[in-house]
Design a protein around this ligand. Sequence first.
Ligand code: MRU
Length: 343
Amino acid sequence: MSQELRAVDWTGTGLTLIDQTLLPHRAETVDVRDVDTLVDAIQRLVVRGAPAIGAAGAYGVALALLEGEREGWSETQVRQAVARIREARPTAVNLMVCVDRVMARFAEGLDAVLAEAAAVQREDVEANRAMGAFGADWLLKRTGEDRPLRILTHCNTGALATAGWGTALGVIRELHARGRLEVVHADETRPLLQGSRLTAWELVQEGIPHCVQADAAAAGTILRGDIDAAVVGADRIAANGDTANKVGTVGVALACAYAGIPFLVAAPTTTVDLATPTGDDIHIELRGEDEVLEWAGVRTAPAGSRGHNPAFDVTPGRLVTGLVTERGVLEVSAGQLPGDLLR
Ligand code: MRU
């Protein structure tokens, strides 16, 4: 089912987003007709995942043009509205890259903007399909296993987090399609437990065997020998291979390095940011304290506690065994750098 799933869709007059705050219990969509609603949807994680927010941002340029027409905005006001979309979340570079790509056609008008946004969406699905195949080939070769693999994943990287098919989850889906997947251990992941709510939901739709585990179970599961490889997505990959992804990812990478199993990052080249030299230069989004001090609106920590809520962390490139993009696999910990792929 999730093959056809579109987290972000253009209706002709606006955007339809699957409301990812309501899944898995309610599958509802939100209609977005103005820039304020889109910025709010990106910030509240109604739409989330680096490529999905990239696609939403791309169509957001069209939304700004249409709203500007309705409201009689000047070109400067439309550009300011687009800038607000571009800055709605800071860590995933895809949002900025996709908005800038579409803005390059701004002067040509709405039809050109929409054509570019549709290309962003289409190319992301194609990239995901390609990286799924490259990633599965690499994992099977690298692990050298004849039996189906036991894969750990962290965060949400399927069709909901992209324009379709998925990045890390695309690799997992490909392994499953080849009959080479035993089980997926899906970390529950914060903020808002997207691994348990969204990744698991997609795995159920696909009939892929899996279990949900607390993030804190990941290292022990890996060191006990229950996992053959970890596959995760990325929000921004610096020129030296340092990789920002969902908070908790670096712990998974450390455990994989200790256990000597592959740690594979799956991301389209739109996530590679050669203008960012290292992970230290990546802006890590700090979210509201309540997301860790409360659950479902109910306070779980004592009234006197403060919260610390980074949404992402950075895995050093030397812990990234493989980086798979739509162009193939780079062995980053062995010295290959993202720039090698883009040349
Ligand atoms: O906060 P989110 O849900 O937008 O973060 C998503 C992640 O960190 C994903 O792992 C990442 O975007 C990979 S994208 C398919």
